[in-house]
Design a protein around this ligand. Structure first.
Ligand SMILES: *[C@@H]1O[C@H](CO)[C@@H](O)[C@H](O)[C@H]1NC(C)=O
Ligand SMILES: *[C@@H]1O[C@H](CO)[C@@H](O)[C@H](O)[C@H]1NC(C)=O
Ligand SMILES: *[C@@H]1O[C@H](CO)[C@@H](O)[C@H](O)[C@H]1NC(C)=O
Ligand SMILES: *[C@@H]1O[C@H](CO)[C@@H](O)[C@H](O)[C@H]1NC(C)=O
Ligand SMILES: *[C@@H]1O[C@H](CO)[C@@H](O)[C@H](O)[C@H]1NC(C)=O
Length: 948
């Protein structure tokens, strides 16, 4: 009492009365009204630091007595601080160490940076410390080892550097998440003394040296992820890890044999081994791992005969690419793997006739690649399975083709004798168009974990982030049919010679065969050591490229596109744009006359004109054309992107409201530029495709803006923001009754079915979630953001973006393995349906996050499914319809992609035209995914409250 009064500010005399009135609320408010002085001091320091976000919810002098959002007390002392995903930025003040009784500290998913204060070690009562998904830098303070009560430590997805401090004192720890940092040094042997450890994530760091043998002491371990590091040496004995379910070793430099004991681990369900230096033959015990879904062994040095693997009946992916196998013929036991979706047997020493059963024996198969083998004879494609979208047999000895290629499948035969035949009637099958992204032909830079800021890329010369000059050239007539490291290296040094710079400064980012004998190469040129470009050097490089000489061994080329470097330029680059677009003055004059009708702003600077001209030229190639806005237009209609016009922020960019001169409202999505460093022509191509996708349940794209690094999409304006907003937003918003929700379910399903099945270019959305389902003024659903994932090419920047998608919605096979089919959308759709019916979010962060899907399956197993339904729906609920939606949701969220229905089937089930099969067993839940883990070395996007 005395403490409380001493702290009370003047003018708070009425407070005792308030307390009196609130006495009946003891269940909601803490027992003791007045907070420990030390805690108040510490919280005031936090408030001071993060005033802009906390002050609206933290007012009054008594944190435990009044409602301070995210502050939880017990006996007048703060025991839990829940500030995850609150938009906090900057460093964490040392004063946090004053909250001596804290047991739970959540600061995850913010923009916190700087080092983790060593005072965190003062919080010796902590049992859970969540700092993941921030921008923390520096080393983990050694004081962390004082937290002997800690059970869960989540530091993943930061920028921490190594080495790790001693952690041997953390004897209560059961879960340790350190993935996606830049931690160096070896994995400390003392980790073996954290004896209760169940989950250990060390992936995506720079750990080196061997895996310590002491790991075998961790007998409770269920999950061990050490993938994507630079670990080396042989795999130690792990035979005591009887509980181990997940073991990921891939993308390291492990040597030696694959230990045969791995096959005897009784609980193992998931094993990753690709991209290492494993030698010897594959032990036949592997055949006992009947529940593993993937056997990826590509890019090792395995040899010898392949054991019979027909025991792996749940296998969805098999990849033996690039080992030293000489398999001869395709093993016949393969046909027993009826769940295979992906089969990659590139460079496996396969010979003889290509067995036609490979194309039709696997009902779910979508991708099959057999490049660089010795298959000969005639390829029979008269009977291929309907799901197959890619059959690649490049560089074999195929000399004939039987049957016509159906429209749904892409068959690749480049580099086969059949392509040399002048009478071959389908020469397009000979295009080597399977883009050779940088990862396939050259290792990433060892420094590639660095994340550069917008517009910058990592220079191979010295591993620093710099502003490159970006261009692409077309090699007009290439004499070769594949790209490999020497060819890329050769191209770099040829270009460097021509540009009179060192070849370290040239980086061929990707090279694609676009049509027979033509290659488009995307190239970055980095500035010299100083990091500065000057005008004359840029001009020189351009004039060299423009002159279009030929490159020895690569033939003639022409410059297709060039973007000047951003930032750090000593002089203005007034000359760049005219050269880029190659527009002569007379053309400009014609253009002024012809495009005058398009102008709704007074005057254009020369540069804008030229830009518009270039873009219009690109548009002219397509029949449906989006409207083109200049950046200047975009600024005008959004009032200079004012915060008051901001509608939200999503995985791809910020969204603003805009007003066209005729009064039409639009929504502008300003894409995060650094991730979309894609050539103008690809961008326009994708935008044009999206523009052509018209359906009443899809948000209409009206136009776009491209300027230097700016990429903006302009959409029709949709009245009611998103389903997320309406379901989970402010409590005084509109409440959706049952008929409305049912209608949203069906409309969303229809929109998605259209994307998957009916529109000209099949589009997989990849990020279906409540905040991407917008509601118009009549609450008709409209799906937003479709096609956007295609605008962000894989690996185009060094920020990993391979898996698009959001926490809680991502299908396991996509999130973990990047295996993308329409069924990934079906899964996410199922999750949205559960949200719609229950009115609960897919993930609730709290002391223990709750996964809606897990809860739903639990209710299902306990035969209490209808308890899922939002209780506010009672008055209008039609139970039969609700049950249908829930059943569909559970079908859609099956772990096994092949067991999920297609979207047209979903529509039929929802409207009652199709019977709903009995819901099968396994739920597709992968809690691990929630920690931002993914097989494809990327982080999962996570801004749950994003809209648009
Ligand atoms: C609160 O404090 C009282 C007296 O100081 C003690 O008896 C009680 O056990 C405490 N309660 C908790 C939950 O710590
Ligand atoms: C840390 O974040 C703050 C606020 O976002 C920013 O102003 C500051 O530059 C950042 N510091 C570093 C070192 O990145
Ligand atoms: C942390 O603990 C040390 C010694 O245990 C103490 O000197 C220091 O004041 C504490 N820091 C805070 C912020 O409480
Ligand atoms: C809170 O921590 C302080 C300092 O460690 C200790 O003296 C006090 O007893 C604790 N209070 C409670 C309620 O646990
Ligand atoms: C380990 O924990 C004990 C007890 O919690 C503590 O006394 C000791 O200082 C800790 N050791 C280190 C190295 O922090």
């Amino acid at each position: 009492m005395i403490i409380g009064l001493a702290l009370a500010k003047p003018g708070m005399g009425a407070r005792p009365l308030v307390w009196f009135l609130m006495l009946h609320c003891v269940l909601v408010f803490p027992v003791k009204a007045f907070t420990e002085a030390a805690d108040v001091t510490a919280l005031q320091a936090l408030l001071e630091n993060w005033k802009s976000v906390l002050s609206t919810n933290w007012s009054g002098s008594d944190p435990c007595g009044s409602y301070w959002r995210g502050v939880y007390c017990s006996n007048g002392t703060v025991t839990r601080l829940d500030l995850g995903a609150r938009g906090l930025a900057g460093p964490v003040p040392a004063a946090i160490g004053g909250l001596a009784n804290l047991t739970i500290l959540f600061l995850h998913q913010n923009n916190l940076n700087g080092t983790i204060p060593s005072e965190i070690g003062n919080l010796t009562s902590l049992s859970t410390l969540s700092l993941y998904m921030n921008g923390f830098t520096g080393q983990l303070p050694s004081s962390i080892n004082r937290l002997s009560n800690l059970q869960q430590l989540s530091l993943n997805q930061n920028l921490l550097v190594g080495p790790l401090p001693e952690l041997s004192n953390l004897t209560s720890l059961t879960r340790l998440y350190l993935q996606n940092n830049h931690i160096t040094g070896s994995i400390p042997s003392s980790i073996g003394s954290i004896k209760y450890l169940q989950t250990l994530y060390l992936s995506d760091n720079l750990f080196s040296g061997p895996l310590p043998p002491s790991i075998n002491n961790l007998s409770l371990l269920t999950t061990l992820y050490v993938d994507h590091n630079v670990l080396s040496g042989a795999i130690p004995d792990l035979s005591a890890l009887k509980s181990l379910q997940y073991l990921w070793l891939q993308d390291n430099q492990f040597t030696g044999a694959i230990p045969s004991e791995l096959g005897n681990l009784p609980s193992l369900q998931n094993l990753g081994m690709e991209n290492n230096h494993f030698t010897g033959s594959l032990p036949d015990t592997i055949n006992q791992l009947s529940s593993i879904p993937y056997l990826f062994l590509q890019n090792n040095r395995l040899s010898g005969p392949l054991p019979d693997l027909s025991g792996l009946i749940n296998l969805q992916g098999l990849d033996l690419t690039n080992n030293s196998f000489v398999l001869g013929s395709v093993p016949t036991w393969l046909s027993k793997m009826q769940n295979l979706i992906t089969l990659n047997l590139v460079n496996c020493g396969l010979t003889g006739d290509f067995p036609s059963w490979l194309t039709h024996s696997f009902p779910a198969m979508t991708t099959a690649t057999f490049n660089l083998n010795q298959f000969n004879g005639t390829l029979d494609i008269s009977n291929v399975n309907r799901n197959l979208t890619l059959l690649s047999l490049e560089d074999n000895k195929i000399s004939g083709l039987h049957g016509t290629v159906p429209g749904f499948i892409s068959v690749k035969l480049g580099g086969n004798p059949i392509c040399k035949s002048v009478t071959f009637s389908q020469p397009d099958l000979c295009d080597l168009s399977s883009g050779y992204g940088p990862r396939t032909w050259r290792q990433d830079l060892s420094c590639s974990k660095l994340i550069c800021q917008q517009g910058q890329s990592l220079s191979p010369e010295n591993c620093t982030c710099m502003y490159p000059l970006v261009f692409n050239i077309i090699l007009i007539s290439t004499s070769f049919s594949t790209f490999n490291a020497p060819r890329i290296g050769g191209l770099e040094s040829q270009l460097a010679g021509q540009l009179k710079i060192t070849s370290d400064r040239v980086w061929v980012q990707s090279a694609n065969f676009t049509s027979l004998n033509q290659t488009v190469a995307d190239i970055l040129v980095f500035p010299a050591q100083s990091g500065f470009w000057d005008d004359s050097e840029v001009s020189f490089i351009e004039s060299q490229l423009r002159s279009g000489k030929s490159l020895t061994g690569y033939g003639q080329y022409r410059l297709q596109f060039l973007a000047p470097p951003q930032g750090n330029i000593r002089k203005t680059l007034s000359k760049v744009l005219p050269i880029v677009l190659g527009v002569t003055l007379s053309l400009v004059a014609i253009l002024i006359a012809s495009s005058i009708a398009l102008l709704f702003w007074r005057r254009y600077r020369n540069k804008e004109f030229l830009l518009r001209y270039g873009v219009q030229q690109e548009f002219a190639k397509h029949s449906l054309q989006p409207m083109f806005f200049t950046y200047h237009d975009a600024k005008m209609i959004t009032n200079d992107f004012s915060q008051s016009n901001k509608l939200g922020e999503g995985g791809f960019g910020e969204v603003f409201k805009g007003l066209l001169p005729d009064g039409t409202k639009v929504a502008l999505k300003r894409l995060y530029a650094s991730r979309s460093l894609q050539g103008t022509h690809e961008f326009i191509n994708e935008v044009t495709i999206i523009t052509g996708v018209l359906h009443r349940n899809l948000v209409k794209l009206i136009g776009c803006c491209i300027e230097e690094t700016e990429r903006i999409l302009i959409y029709e304006f949709v009245e009611h923001n998103s389903l997320y907003h309406v379901l989970f937003g402010s409590s005084n918003g509109p409440i959706l009754d049952w008929p409305c929700r049912y209608n949203i379910a069906i409309g969303t399903a229809r929109g998605l079915a259209y994307l998957h099945d009916d529109c000209e270019t099949r589009i997989i959305h990849r990020d279906i979630k409540a905040s991407n389902i917008l509601l118009d003024k009549n609450f008709q659903p409209k799906i937003a953001d479709f096609g956007l994932a295609r605008l962000f090419p894989d690996g185009a920047s060094h920020v990993s973006t391979r898996v698009a998608g959001t926490f809680g919605y991502v299908a396991p096979e996509y999130g973990l393995y990047g295996q993308l089919t329409e069924k990934a959308d079906v899964f996410s759709f199922g999750v949205v349906m559960l949200e719609l019916v229950s009115g609960k979010k897919s993930v609730t962060f709290g002391a223990d996050y709750v996964l809606l899907l897990e809860w739903a399956w639990q209710l299902y197993e306990e035969n209490r499914l209808m308890e899922l339904v939002d209780s506010t729906l009672k008055p209008t609920l039609k139970e039969e319809e609700a049950k249908r939606v829930i059943d569909v949701a559970l079908l859609c969220t099956q772990a096994m992609a092949t067991k999920r229905p297609t979207m047209p089937q979903v529509v039929a089930m929802l409207v009652g035209e199709r019977e709903i099969r009995d819901v099968p067993n396994a739920p597709g839940v992968m809690s691990e995914l929630m920690m931002g883990k993914s097989r494809s070395s990327s982080s999962v996007e996570a801004k749950p409250e994003a809209s648009y």
